[in-house]
Write a protein that binds this ligand. Structure first.
Ligand SMILES: [Zn+2]
Length: 133
């Protein structure tokens, strides 16, 4: 019996550490942190600053988004680090990574804002692949 309990404990730790997706509607309440609405329930988000900037991008308001991370409980979700590209949007049945594009300099970034080169406000450019080919 102890052995079984040990196995269950180990399995739950492994489960907690491997990122899983959370898909829902991105809600951006005024003056509050964005939340994800899943089946009518609002899930609070923890994320790093780059991810917050993406989630606060007004062009993504109401979008069908998918976050990679770990559920703390039914109402709280911790988004994985920015380097894992944890934010995607669903459009036309396809999951697309959220990226930003400067069409002047041909520079791609993953955080909204001005192009670091020419200062133009970058375009929201969701893509199926992260690599430019
Ligand atoms: Zn530029």
């Amino acid at each position: 019996m102890l052995r079984i309990l040990g196995f269950v404990a180990l399995a739950s730790v492994a489960f907690a550490q491997s990122p899983s997706p959370l898909r829902g509607k991105l809600i951006q309440p005024p003056d509050k942190d964005p939340v994800i609405e899943v089946n009518g329930r609002r899930v609070a988000i923890e994320a790093d600053e780059d991810t917050w900037q993406v989630l606060r991008d007004e062009r993504l308001a109401g979008a069908d988004v998918q976050l990679l991370g770990n559920a703390k409980d039914a109402d709280h979700f911790t988004v994985s680090g920015t380097y894992l590209h944890p934010v995607s949007v669903w459009r036309d049945g396809k999951r697309l990574y959220v990226t930003y594009w400067c069409d002047v300099c041909y520079i791609r970034t993953y955080v909204p804002g001005k192009c670091w080169c020419c200062q133009k406000y970058t375009l929201l450019d969701p893509r199926e692949e992260l690599d430019d080919r």
